[in-house]
Structures are given as structure tokens and as C-alpha cells.
Design a protein. Structure first.
Length: 642
């Protein structure tokens, strides 16, 4: 196979990985020495060019085979960016592809962060350049990526008439504002300015969603007006309808995935005269809560990648390294019974695991790609693993209760979704006094996503959207007094919002109670709504009993009631990565030294949460756990493996 490839590449100047073969008009018999192309890293290197040929990507006018590793800056601790990039290079990749998550950089409408920690995109692409690799920018506005709302900002959901991924004015106004802000950051990192970025994607898998090519053209025009002057591409599944609806004349065609020669033939028949590549070749796959870990095998992957290498087809491994959905960033799908939330880990069974280590899949790919290197060339050594530690078991104790930290309520005749009140995820408590009907079938239309139902402080049961559960029977409760003026039972519905759906037609996925609540057919009105966002700033006030405006335990004391925060501490002599083992808890969220590690859930398959060394410190470390179900503390420990 290698001899076949060499005789083929001898006809043209070819770039494979960081290694360049310039044979000009010569034959395979007089190739001469191979030369190492260090890519864009050296400051004295003249500016490179990157363009689209009729069939090939052209780097400095020569055909260039993209061998790309996908990874996402937001999912990797900034301290490990370089190590992960070096891992990709050592596997044989010459390019890094990166989704950019709009909602990660604009968490508050109109306010952007492109400078702090993981938000510093310019730093990420400069590191790619320094390591001698090229970059593919995948900026959306929509990206999917198993990320909350596919990267779109949830503040858009306050618009009751919202339409997305089309020429809806409210959506486009926000999208174009984001695009302008991002363009200022990435323009200096384009190859045309001496940077690493050679390709920019227009939207993402649009043919799986809609067919407004005027919308796609508008996005391309906006990027161009904002100074993006490198080639564009689209990415779609290899079917006629997806490629027809999702492609753009003049843009390269990405296939998700391109695993068969027929896919290339189809793409060229629909969009002739531009390069085609496999923009998402899948070495792994995503996992939802309640499933088994997805573990695609190695043989099938190697067969597909060898097909791509042997035929000089460009490709991008989605993902080569997944990282972690820290905080509330994990998304959800809408298959099965309608809702499938993603686990916190984005390990994806990728070649580089969640903690940055080489897996057997990595070693197999490295060996395969290495066989297609020019004679005499070799891959860099695999970087040393990032150290991990096991933390011995330590005690936890009850800290406080969610019921002791209720803010001042918002009066609402009807319950409204989280986003209506300006909240993304976390918790919202909906409270009303039952008047008229006081027992029977309670129906929530529609519940998004998980709820505990209480009557007069007693837990009646839970509802799980994932299982299609939206109703529960309320028992008869003894009246507190007699006469028409006596207060009825107090109904509390504590709702957890999980990831917004990130794919296909169900993406308008508001959280909480999205329509109404009825009890045996009677619509329940006049609610008090308590916002409990569980973001880091909110968590810092847990040390005191109750917060300003809190109702404290008036009618809702936390004693014995689920919804408890637990705290503990552990001491370290030195820091290293670890995995917090949550097998003693049921469902909730974990913070270490104020950093949100993400969600845990005892339905699995994930039982341990990744905690990077950069979030730990020598000496005492504080951990806080919020659990929706447990009322008694269990000890915790840190493991050195997931």
C-alpha cells in the first residue's frame, strides 16, 4: 500500500502532516531528500497561502492532505491546551479543528469574553501555530457538538416567537453581533495574516435541519465583511438531500462522515469544482445518561482511516480529544422518548482520553498514520502523561438546604420557563397553594427536565422527562384548619433544568414548566417562583444560614427534606488531576474550590467527575455537593483513573 501511495504522490508536490515532499516533475525513482515543513510556527517564515483547487486543498499552491484532530478549547483546561495539541501532533495530525461555542463567550446578552482562561481563543490558535500545525475554525453560529443548545445562547429563548438557523431578524441580529466580535479575535490568526487558521466552516450540518441557502449565503457574506478571507466549507451528512440543502457554491464540501468513495462521487456531483473531505470521521461516539458507555471498535476505525490515507483524502477525526462538559454545558438529544441528556464527560471514547492520555486507539492510529509518512520522517515522541492522584476517603457533612436559601419570589399567574425569568439552567422552585381541587392527577405540560413534587413539605415523588414522565398522583392531605378561609395545601415543584437539546427539530427547548400545571383537569394559577441558578456566584453565599430576601424555613424548613448541600475538605501535599467518585450520591452537582465539575447521576454510566490539577491547591481544598435526593452525608474520595 505504501508503494502505491509513493508512486501516486510522486506525480505532484504533496504535503502530508508536517512533512513536505516537493518532487516537481521528477519520477518516483529520483525523489531526492524529504524536507520537514515546520508549518506556520517560525516568525521568519514568509506568509503561506491556502486555497481551494478543483479537487485538492492547496497550501502554497501545492496539494495538501488535511489530517486533522478535533478538540474544543472550552472543554479543556487552558493549562493543558499545549499538551493536548502536542498529543495530536504526536499521533500524526497536521491540523487542529475546533468548534467555538457562541454561548460560552456571550453568557450575558451583548457582553463577550474572549480573554479569560479557556475563553482566550487567540491564545489557543497561537499555540497551534507554535506547534507547527494548521487550524480549522468551526464557529457556528450553530455547532451541535453535544453542547448546550448547540452553542446558541439561551437568552434567545426569551423570545416567544423565536426561530433559529434562518433569516429570523432577532436571531440574525444576535448572530451577526457574535460573528463581528469573534472575527476581531480570530482575524489576526488567519493564514492570510501569518496565523494558523486555513479554513472556516459555514454553520454546521445545515442540511440535517433546514434548506434556506439564502441564510447560509448571508453567513458567508457577514464573515467576509468582517474580514474572514480564507476559504470556507460546509459540513453535512453524505446524502443527496443534506448536501443539496446544506452546501454553498464555491465552498469546500465536508462529509460527516466520508467513509466510502461513493460519498465523494455524490458530493462532487452536487457541488463540482471544489475539494471534498471527511469533516467528521468518528473514532468514538457520545453517551447519554442511563446508557452504557459507547465504545466503537478499533478495527473498523483503522479500515476507514486507511481508506482515507491511501487515497490521499483529507479528513478530520471527530473527536480526537473530547475533554469535559464542565458546569452546565452538556447538551441533549431528542430521540428515544423525546429527551436524552448527555453525560458530563465528553471522553467520547476518543483516541486521547478525557484526561489527555493516549489510549490503545491512539497508539493504533499513530502506527497507521506513521506508515504513510515520507521515508526517513518520524513522528514526535508522545508527550508524558499528565500526573494523576488518588485522594483517600474524606468525610462530608450537611451544610445547608436549598429550602433555607430561597430568594424573594416572583409572582406569576402561570408558571413560565426558566428563560423567561433570565435563568439558563440550575433549579427553579414553583410554589402554589391548592384551591378547589387538592388531590388527584397532577399533570405538568410540559416538564423540562426533572422534578421533585412536594405537598406541605413532604416529597410525593419525582418526574423524569427522559422517561416520558409528566404526571403524578397527589394524595388527599388533611386540612390545616376549617372554613373557607383556611389555607389549602402548599404544592412545591422543584425543577432541574438539564442540557438544552442541541440537534434537529426540537432545539427550541425551554427549561422548567413550559406551559401549565393541571390537577384533575383544573389549571393551577397564582404561583410564587424562586430562582436558584446554582452558578458559582450563587454558591458562594451558602456559608450563611439563608440569604438576603430568603424566606428561610417559613413553611418550608429543610430539616429532613431532600435538596441538601453537603460540604467537606481534603488536604493535598501536591496537586495533580483526579476523579471525584460520586458513587455514594444520587443526582446533583459538584463544586471543588468554587469550580463546577458538572452533573452526576447514579443511573450512570458515569460515576466519577474529572477535576484538573489547576482547580486544586496545596493544603486544604473545599468541596460542595448538592444532591436532589440524599439527606444524609456519604464520604467521598478521589480516584486516579475514571
Amino acid at each position: 500500500m505504501k508503494r502505491v501511495v509513493l508512486s501516486f504522490v510522486a506525480l505532484l508536490p504533496v504535503v502530508l502532516g508536517p512533512w513536505t515532499l516537493d518532487v516537481g516533475p521528477r519520477t518516483a525513482a529520483d525523489l531526492g531528500p524529504w524536507t520537514l515543513d515546520l508549518g506556520p510556527q517560525a516568525a521568519s517564515t514568509p506568509a503561506h497561502t491556502f486555497s481551494l483547487g478543483r479537487e485538492d486543498f492547496l497550501l502554497d499552491g501545492k496539494p495538501f492532505q488535511i489530517v486533522s484532530c478535533e478538540m474544543h478549547p472550552a472543554r479543556i483546561p487552558v493549562e493543558y491546551w499545549r499538551q493536548r495539541i502536542q498529543m495530536a501532533k504526536a499521533m500524526g495530525c497536521n491540523t487542529i479543528a475546533a468548534y467555538i461555542f457562541w454561548n460560552y463567550h456571550e453568557t450575558t446578552e451583548g457582553h463577550f469574553d474572549f480573554t479569560t482562561a479557556n475563553h482566550d481563543l487567540a491564545k489557543f490558535f497561537r499555540l497551534v501555530k507554535q506547534e507547527g500545525l494548521w487550524a480549522i475554525l468551526r464557529p457556528g453560529p450553530y455547532v451541535c457538538a453535544e453542547w448546550d443548545f448547540g452553542g446558541l445562547p439561551p437568552y434567545l429563548l426569551k423570545d416567544s416567537e423565536l426561530r433559529i438557523r434562518g433569516l429570523y431578524p432577532r436571531y440574525m441580529q444576535a448572530a451577526e453581533r457574535y460573528m463581528a466580535a469573534l472575527a476581531k479575535v480570530v482575524t489576526p490568526e488567519l493564514v492570510t495574516h501569518g496565523g494558523a487558521i486555513v479554513l472556516v466552516q459555514i454553520e454546521n450540518e445545515y442540511g440535517s435541519y433546514g434548506n434556506d441557502r439564502k441564510y447560509l449565503a448571508r453567513l458567508r457574506d457577514v464573515w467576509t465583511q468582517d474580514g474572514i478571507n480564507v476559504p470556507f466549507f460546509t459540513g453535512d451528512g453524505p446524502t443527496p438531500y443534506m448536501l443539496e440543502a446544506g452546501s454553498l457554491p464555491g465552498a469546500a464540501v465536508g462529509l460527516d462522515s466520508g467513509s466510502d468513495e461513493r460519498h465523494w462521487t455524490l458530493a462532487r456531483s452536487i457541488v463540482p469544482g471544489v475539494p471534498v473531505f471527511s469533516s467528521e470521521t468518528y473514532p468514538g461516539w457520545l453517551t447519554h445518561w442511563g446508557e452504557k458507555w459507547q465504545r466503537p471498535g478499533i478495527p473498523g476505525l483503522l479500515k476507514e482511516v486507511e481508506f482515507l490515507l491511501a487515497n490521499r483524502k483529507s479528513f478530520n477525526l471527530y473527536v480526537a480529544h473530547g475533554g469535559t462538559n464542565f458546569g452546565f454545558t452538556a447538551g441533549a438529544n431528542s430521540g428515544g422518548k423525546g429527551y436524552e441528556p448527555d453525560v458530563t464527560s465528553y471522553d467520547y471514547d476518543a483516541p486521547i482520553d478525557e484526561q489527555g492520555r493516549a489510549t490503545p486507539k491512539y497508539l493504533a492510529l499513530r502506527e497507521l498514520i506513521g506508515r504513510y509518512l515520507p521515508a526517513g520522517a518520524s513522528l514526535p515522541a508522545i508527550p508524558d502523561p499528565v500526573p494523576t492522584i488518588a485522594i483517600p476517603e474524606f468525610a462530608m457533612r450537611p451544610l445547608t438546604s436549598i429550602w433555607d436559601h430561597l430568594p424573594a419570589p416572583i409572582a406569576s399567574v402561570f408558571p413560565r420557563p426558566f428563560e423567561h425569568y433570565g435563568q439558563n439552567q440550575g433549579l427553579v422552585l414553583y410554589r402554589t397553594t391548592l384551591v378547589g381541587r387538592k388531590s388527584g392527577k397532577l399533570l405538568i405540560t410540559d416538564l423540562h427536565d426533572y422534578a421533585e413534587v412536594f405537598v406541605d413539605g413532604t416529597l410525593i415523588g419525582t418526574l423524569d422527562r427522559r422517561l416520558g414522565e409528566q404526571s403524578i398522583d397527589l394524595p388527599v392531605v388533611a386540612p390545616a384548619g376549617s372554613g373557607a378561609a383556611s389555607a389549602g395545601p402548599v404544592l412545591d415543584i422543584l425543577v432541574e433544568g438539564m442540557g438544552h437539546i442541541n440537534f434537529a427539530q426540537e432545539m427550541i427547548d425551554r427549561k422548567g414548566i413550559t406551559d401549565r400545571v393541571t390537577l384533575s383537569g383544573m389549571t393551577l394559577m397564582n404561583w410564587d417562583v424562586y430562582l436558584l441558578p446554582l452558578h458559582e456566584r450563587w454558591i458562594t453565599q451558602l456559608g450563611s444560614k439563608g440569604s438576603e430576601g430568603s424566606e428561610g424555613s417559613e413553611g418550608s424548613g429543610g430539616s429532613g427534606r431532600p435538596g441538601v448541600f453537603f460540604s467537606g475538605s481534603f488536604t493535598l501535599d501536591a496537586t495533580a488531576d483526579t476523579f471525584i467518585d460520586m458513587t455514594g450520591y444520587r443526582k446533583g452537582v459538584v463544586w471543588v474550590n468554587g469550580h463546577n465539575l458538572g452533573r452526576y447521576w447514579n443511573i450512570g454510566p458515569q460515576t466519577k467527575l474529572y477535576c484538573p490539577a489547576s482547580w486544586l491547591k496545596k493544603g486544604a481544598n473545599e468541596i460542595i455537593v448538592f444532591d436532589l435526593h440524599k439527606t444524609d452525608a456519604s464520604p467521598l474520595r478521589g480516584a486516579d483513573r475514571p
